[in-house]
Design a protein around this ligand. Structure first.
Ligand code: DC
Length: 222
């Protein structure tokens, strides 16, 4: 087994920023599992599948071939041979991912892919169930969170920087709803693993969070 770092937490807590930075610092591979669920969500959406129809989701998900390649050090997600990196970043894809990731067949398929990627490589993997289900033996487990208002404000600033108009109240309401969906689902709900370290980034900078994780890594090699 390679050296595995698992970072879980709710939407908008800064997982991907921190995981990417940590992977770069350590020379590890960054695996963004949310991107895989988003690719599956896009596939099912394009196929016109109702996310509430569990049988239809189970039957159709077998037709999605999701693969990951690393190009210039960045993860590129392929859906049936098509690069979907930009398509998966919409709110709609996120919502569809959250709904369809509740399906056991979707999870089984993607968890297997994630475990294969981590089997022989040093990885920083982020998601919702990495410390609890995907990599239960990870050397470092972090549960990264922040208050919903702080997370909404970060998202608001991101959108505003891109020149998109948005409403912070609506963003916060969406974040709270996504947390609820991810935390209350039956299979592999979002929760802190017993051996995960809680990091609340509400009042921390990206650099402070990254330094905290490097500290946890150092503790395991002493
Ligand atoms: O991290 P994200 O916003 O890209 O994830 C999109 C959705 O995918 C999230 O709301 C729930 C689901 N997901 C999951 O169920 N398990 C993971 N390991 C990662 C994401």
């Amino acid at each position: 087994m390679g050296y595995n770092i698992a970072i879980d937490g709710p939407a908008g807590a800064g997982k991907s920023t921190i995981a990417r930075k940590t992977a770069k610092q350590l020379g590890f591979i960054y695996v963004d599992t949310g991107a895989m669920y988003r690719a599956m969500g896009v596939f099912l959406m394009r196929e016109g599948i109702d996310p509430a129809d569990a049988d239809a989701v189970s039957a159709k998900c077998t037709e999605a071939d999701i693969t990951i390649r690393y190009e210039n050090g960045e993860q590129v997600v392929y859906l049936n041979g098509e690069n979907v990196n930009s398509v998966i970043r919409t709110e709609q894809a996120g919502t569809m991912a959250s709904l369809t990731s509740q399906n056991p067949d979707v999870r089984k398929k993607l968890v297997e892919l994630q475990q294969r990627l981590a089997a022989d490589a040093d990885v920083v993997m982020d998601g919702r169930d990495i410390g609890t289900c995907v990599l239960p033996d990870a050397q470092v487990k972090v549960y990264l969170t922040a208050g919903s208002r702080v997370r909404a404000k970060r998202r608001y600033d991101e959108l505003a920087a891109k020149g998109e108009s948005c409403d912070i109240e609506k963003i916060e309401a969406d974040i709270i709803e996504r947390d609820r969906q991810d935390m209350t689902r039956e299979i592999s709900p979002l929760r802190q693993a017993e051996d995960a370290v809680l990091v609340d980034s509400s009042d921390m900078t990206i650099e402070e969070v990254a330094a905290r994780i490097m500290e946890l890594v150092s503790d395991t090699v002493d």
